[in-house]
Design a protein around this ligand. Structure first.
Ligand code: DI6
Ligand code: FE
Length: 420
């Protein structure tokens, strides 16, 4: 017991619960049983065993609730999405079922280009209205921070529009949103046959204006045979570095172009997909502290067979994050928990690795140190779940397990997250 002045006036105090703190305390999931969680002014002030509380619960907060043994985790973090877009690509789903490949559809002018057309056609309000239900679906399943990329605009006005809408999703839903400029996603139609000119345009026109706007937290590129070469990606990264923006990369998804190593060379926050990454790429990531972002939704939707080098990542202690890659083409996946389940089933992650991948390592992939764990001083982002053990979050396929979703100390009201 300490001798603090009472009452402490915590905004809330949950008692008789179990915490999966994800805070490397040696226990699986960083678990603390028979615990309590207190918060004040949007920050966690207590996340530990009940017997360590610095006073009687009612002396600490006027708002004490017993949870009768429920489990609490940090709010989940989806560190790779493209959820702002117009239209959808259900027709391509049909085409793929009839034998067309993703690369063939892209070469025939479908794919990303069709989402660019549909995204350019919407104004801010319409794009927000189209995108909000997708964000709500993620939040309803436990996400309190998400990353959203641009890349379906590919001209200055449309890219800025996407980034503005992404930021508005954060304020509308009361969640954390990090934005990423993905100008090097595909070649827009007005640059057909002039890829070098477009890369120049991204570096000399789009990226400086985006940086100036303050609307992007990072820069990404799609480094792939059907998109941008490693040399073009390097140019984009050099510009990002000059503008003071951190980088991350769609790397080695369909072929090994050395993308993971390239991201690491620029101290990238993450290298994402990485199905084809070599052990040299993994070593480079380990040296640079670049997070491996696993995207099993795209692997599943494309019926990929090349599993990311999980054993190498483990051996070299590269942190593994798990994200939805929510996008209209290759991963129309509206649940991060389902991505966690797929990471276990398809990539053989343990449930603990998958939950670390959607909390603490996802935070690192976004350069965020103030969330992803339950610990004093961090943001009060947490979920109360209807589960018997943390691994259940990966075990169940679908379902509504989140009983209560708290972001920055505020309960996200039903009307905020209910589809609408
Ligand atoms: N992320 C991407 O940017 C591409 N694949 C992926 O996993 C393409 C997304 C799209 O087809 O719209
Ligand atoms: Fe992606």
């Amino acid at each position: 017991m300490t001798t603090k002045n009472y009452p402490e006036n915590w905004d809330g105090l949950l008692i008789d619960c179990h915490l999966a703190t994800m805070d490397g305390n040696g226990a699986p999931f960083g678990e603390v049983r028979h615990a309590a969680l207190g918060w004040k002014n949007g920050r966690i002030v207590f996340a530990d065993a009940m017997h360590a509380l610095p006073g009687l619960p009612h002396a600490l907060s006027a708002n004490v609730e017993s949870l009768a043994g429920a489990w609490i985790t940090p709010g989940l973090i989806d560190c790779h999405t493209h959820l702002v877009f117009g239209g959808n690509r259900a027709r391509e789903f049909d085409m793929r079922l009839n034998g067309a490949s993703y690369a063939e559809i892209a070469r025939a002018g479908g794919g990303i280009a069709s989402s660019v057309k549909d995204t350019r056609a919407l104004d801010d309000e319409a794009l927000l209205a189209a995108s909000l239900p997708r964000a709500r679906a993620l939040v309803a399943d436990g996400v309190t921070t998400l990353e959203i990329k641009s890349g379906y605009g590919l001209d200055l006005d449309s890219e800025l529009k996407m980034l503005r809408v992404a930021r508005r999703i954060g304020s509308e839903l009361g969640i954390g949103v990090r934005t990423t400029f993905l100008g090097a996603h595909a070649l827009p139609p007005e640059f057909a046959g002039r890829q070098a000119d477009y890369v120049e345009h991204v570096c000399e026109v789009l990226m400086p204006a985006v940086a100036e706007s303050g609307l992007a937290d990072a820069v990404d590129a799609f480094c792939e045979k059907i998109a941008f070469t490693p040399e073009e990606t390097r140019r984009v990264f050099e510009k990002a570095r000059a503008l003071g923006l951190p980088v991350k990369l769609h790397a080695d998804q369909l072929s090994d172009l050395g993308g993971a190593g390239l991201s690491a060379e620029f101290n990238g926050l993450s290298a994402d997909h990485i199905e084809h990454t070599s052990v040299d790429g993994v070593r480079a990531m380990a040296r640079a502290g670049t997070v491996a972002v696993l995207l099993p939704g795209a692997f599943y939707a494309l019926r990929d067979t090349m599993v990311p080098p999980i054993a190498d990542l483990r051996e070299h202690a590269v942190p593994m994050a798990v994200a939805t890659d929510l996008n209209p083409g290759t991963s129309p996946l509206l649940s991060l928990r389902l991505a966690m389940n797929m990471a276990c089933t398809l990539f053989r992650l343990t449930p603990e690795e998958a939950l670390r991948g959607a909390t603490v390592h996802a935070a690192t992939a976004l350069g965020l140190k103030d969330r992803g764990r339950l610990a004093s001083g961090l943001r009060a982002d947490f979920i109360i779940w209807d589960i018997g053990a943390p691994a259940d979050l990966c075990y169940w396929i679908g379902g509504n397990l989140a009983r209560r979703i708290v972001a920055g100390g505020r309960d996200l009201h039903e009307e905020r997250i209910a589809p609408g």
